[in-house]
Each structure stands twice: as C-alpha cells, then as structure tokens.
Design a protein. Structure first.
Length: 202
C-alpha cells in the first residue's frame, strides 16, 4: 500500500468518477466508459474494500467546461464536503473538470477534507505542494486545451461556410450565364442552408 494512504482514507469511500463528453462519445466510444469504470479495480489495488468503492457516473453526456447539470459531480462535491471520501479516481484531470475555477474549488475542498486523487498512473495528495502545483497546472492545461479545440473547430466551420457560400454564388452565376433562361434557373441553396450546425464542443 502507498505510504500516502492512511487508515482514515481507507475507512472512507473511494469514488470513481465517470463522464462522457458528448452524445457521439456515449454512442460510439464504449471503450472510454469501460476504461473509466475499470478504475474500481485500481481502488481495490490501492487498499480499499470493494464495498467502499462507489462509481458515480453522469447519466447523460456532459461537457467538462461547466458543472451545470452534472449531478454526479455535485454528489462528489457533497460527499467530499461531508468528509465521507478518502480518494477520488478518474482517468485524467479533464474528466473532473475543464473549468480551472471549478477545479481549484474541488482541490481546495480535497485539501480541507484530506482527500486523495488518483488517475490511471499516479496518486496525488493535494496537501503536498508539488502534487498541488501539478494538479493545478493540469487543470489549467485542460481548460486551455478545450479553448484551443473550440477555436480550431469554429475556424474550420467558418471556412467551410465561406466555401459553401462561394460555391452557391458561383452556381447562381452559372445558372444565369449565356444560353440559360432565368425563368428556368434551378433553385440553389444558400450557404446557410448547406452549412452544418456549429458542433457542440466538449
């Protein structure tokens, strides 16, 4: 057993937090869910009894960019505040939160309640200055990564929209070119009609 884990930790719950970011991930990426739920085995390897391991999973796809409508996340926070949690496990920091402010609040509660954190490779003690700094930076990077992904996806969407608009304009010009009667011009869809909706970014 890791020397960071005390008896008081083992007497409390080991919570495995599971979150899927999008409906597409819920539908197509079954392996992600299995991988997250498999952390219950890691909890028992670290010394927790099986009856002390609790899996909390968001019922629907939820983005990590906000804590809104994340009932499982709120339950984790409540149990931490009530000193019922010894450790929280997730595959990576971004599963907990991609909002650095919410992440810092959770870290603060874990410090006050002496709660450990763990991913697939490492065990963290938020009360340790080095671990706290590492976790804080991971939270900042998780939010930064989300913002970069959002920026790139929006840029790609606008570029596609401009391309469709140009194609629509050229098609109208072709329809009205020499040798064509305007009255028989086929109806051409606008770029707005052709373009996809902006994808929800998680």
């Amino acid at each position: 057993m890791n020397d960071r884990i005390g008896r008081h930790h083992l007497e409390r719950l080991a919570i495995v937090y599971v979150r899927q970011s999008s409906h597409k991930q819920v539908r197509d990426n079954k392996e992600s869910r299995r991988r997250q739920r498999a952390l219950d085995a890691r909890a028992t390897q670290l010394g927790w009894d099986k009856e002390k391991v609790l899996i909390l999973e968001e019922e629907k796809a939820r983005s990590g960019s906000s804590t809104a409508e994340r009932s499982a996340y709120r339950k984790v926070s409540e149990l931490v505040f009530q000193n019922q949690v010894g450790i929280i496990l997730a595959v990576e920091v971004s599963r907990w939160s991609r909002d650095s402010v919410a992440w810092q609040m959770l870290l603060r509660d874990c410090i006050y309640s002496n709660v450990l954190l763990a991913d697939e490779q490492r065990l963290y003690d938020p009360n340790d200055p080095h671990d706290n700094a590492s976790l804080g930076m991971q939270g900042v990077m998780a939010e930064y990564e989300l913002r970069i992904i959002r920026k790139r996806m929006l840029e790609c969407w606008w570029e596609k929209s401009r391309t469709l608009r140009d194609l629509s304009r050229d098609w109208h010009r072709l329809c009205r070119g020499p040798g064509h009667r305007i009255g028989k011009t086929p109806q051409c869809a606008s770029a707005k009609q052709l373009g996809p909706h902006v994808p929800e970014i998680q």
